[in-house]
Design a protein around this ligand. Structure first.
Ligand code: FES
Ligand SMILES: [Fe+2]
Length: 354
C-alpha cells in the first residue's frame, strides 16, 4: 500500500521502518537511480590524463563508464563491444583505448578503431561496435552523467544562484582526500542523517564548536536541499562577494544534497563530494572526492576534520539501523524547524511519479 508523507510537517510521520529494512522497497528505490544524473567527477581529475574509469557509475546504475578528454569531456561505456570485458581499469594518457582481452581499440570518443583477426566479418564494423556515449551535463568543471533523460538543469540553477562566484572550475583534484567506506546501514539512514544539522551538538562536539547552531539554516528546492552552516566567532568563513545572496553572513559551509545520493560540500578550502551508493538493504558505500581551491584554508573550520565527522555519523547511522529493524519502532515525527530537509527527502521518495 503506497505511503504518503503529509505535506504539513507538523502533521507528518516519518518513513515507515520497512523503507529501511524491506528488500523489495530497497530494490524499487534503487531502480529510480537510473532516472537521475549522477556526479561523475571534476575536470581536474583528467589533468595529465585522457581517460579515467568511473567505477562508481557501475555501482550506482549498473553502467561502468570511462570519463575521457579529447575535443571535449565525455562519459562513455567501459564495456567492450566484443564480448563485454571492461576496457579500462586504470587512468591513462593514451590517444586511444585498448581492450585488454583481445585488443579491440577505440578512440577517446568511443568510436571503434581496430580489431585483430576480424578481416572477413560481414557488416563490420558498424555503429554498434562503438562504445556508447552517455549524456553529460557540466557546471564549472563538475561533470554529471546518467542513463535516463533526466535533466540536472534545475539543480544547476540552484547552484548557480548561490555559488557562481566560486572558481570551482580551477579547483584541483586531491587524491589524498579520496575515501571509500562501507557501512552496515540502509542508504536512506545515511541520507536522513546528512539532511539535518539537528544532531550536530549531540554527535559532533568539535564541529559544533565551529558552527553557530542557532543560525544553521536549511533551504529546499525541487530535487534537493541546501544547508548553510554559519561560522562561530573566530572560525573561518567564506569571503562572500556583494553579488552573493548571502553577502554579510559568515558562511562556514554550503551543504548541497541532490536526490538521490549526491552531496556537494563547499568549504572555504574547496569542495568535498560524498556519493552514497546503496549496496543492499542494510549495506551502503560512501565515496569521498576532494577538490582543493585554497590550500591555506585546509584543516580549519567546519570542513577541517571530515574524517572525524564521518566516523561519528557512521556510528550513529549503524546504530539507528539496528533500531529501525526492531519490532518496537515503525514511524516517528519531524521537528518542524530542524528536520525540513528530511521531510522533503521523504516526500520525494514516496512520490509515485518519479
Ligand atoms: S572483449 Fe574486448 S576485445 Fe574481446
Ligand atoms: Fe553528522
Amino acid at each position: 500500500m503506497p505511503i504518503t508523507i503529509d505535506s504539513d510537517i507538523r502533521k507528518a510521520k516519518t518513513l515507515p521502518s520497512s523503507y529501511y529494512t524491506n528488500p523489495e522497497i530497497f530494490s524499487d528505490l534503487r531502480r529510480r537511480f537510473a532516472n537521475h544524473l549522477h556526479f561523475a567527477g571534476h575536470q581536474s581529475q583528467l589533468d595529465g590524463q585522457t581517460a579515467i574509469p568511473i567505477q562508481h557509475m557501475g555501482e550506482l546504475i549498473g553502467e561502468p563508464m570511462i570519463m575521457t578528454r579529447s575535443d571535449r569531456i565525455r562519459c562513455i561505456s567501459n564495456v567492450c563491444t566484443h564480448r563485454g570485458m571492461l576496457v579500462s581499469s586504470t587512468e591513462c594518457s593514451a590517444k586511444s583505448l585498448k581492450c585488454p582481452y583481445h585488443g579491440r581499440t577505440f578512440g577517446l570518443d568511443g568510436t571503434f578503431r581496430s580489431m585483430p583477426r576480424f578481416d572477413n566479418v560481414s557488416d563490420f564494423p558498424s555503429p554498434e561496435d562503438n562504445l556508447k556515449e552517455f549524456v553529460t551535463a557540466s557546471w564549472k568543471g563538475l561533470i554529471f552523467t546518467g542513463v535516463g533523460n533526466s535533466s540536472s538543469e534545475g539543480n544547476f540553477q540552484e547552484l548557480r544562484k548561490r555559488l557562481e562566484w566560486i572558481p570551482i572550475e580551477s579547483f584541483k583534484n586531491d587524491p589524498s582526500r579520496n575515501r571509500s567506506y562501507e557501512i552496515d546501514a540502509n542508504w536512506l539512514l545515511y541520507v536522513d542523517n546528512y539532511l539535518e544539522g539537528f544532531h550536530i551538538p549531540y554527535v559532533h562536539s568539535d564541529l559544533n564548536n565551529t558552527l553557530d547552531y542557532d543560525s544553521y539554516r536549511t533551504e529546499l528546492f525541487e530535487g534537493g536541499t541546501l544547508q548553510i552552516g554559519i561560522a562561530s566567532e573566530g572560525e573561518p568563513s567564506f569571503d562572500l562577494p556583494e553579488s552573493s545572496p548571502d553577502f554579510g553572513l559568515r558562511v562556514a559551509a554550503y551543504y548541497y544534497w541532490l536526490f538521490p545520493g549526491t552531496m556537494l560540500n563547499f568549504y572555504p578550502w574547496g569542495l568535498s563530494v560524498n556519493l552514497v551508493i546503496p549496496l543492499s538493504v542494510n549495506r551502503t558505500k560512501i565515496i569521498y572526492h576532494g577538490y582543493v581551491g585554497d590550500p591555506l584554508m585546509l584543516g580549519r573550520g567546519a570542513g577541517g576534520n571530515l574524517d572525524k565527522v564521518e566516523l561519528e555519523d557512521q556510528e550513529i547511522v549503524e546504530a539507528t539501523q539496528s533500531g529501525v529493524e526492531s519490532g518496537s519502532y515503525d514511524r516517528g515525527r519531524y521537528s518542524p524547524t530542524m528536520e525540513t530537509g528530511i521531510h522533503h527527502f521523504h516526500r520525494i521518495l514516496t512520490r509515485t511519479d518519479d
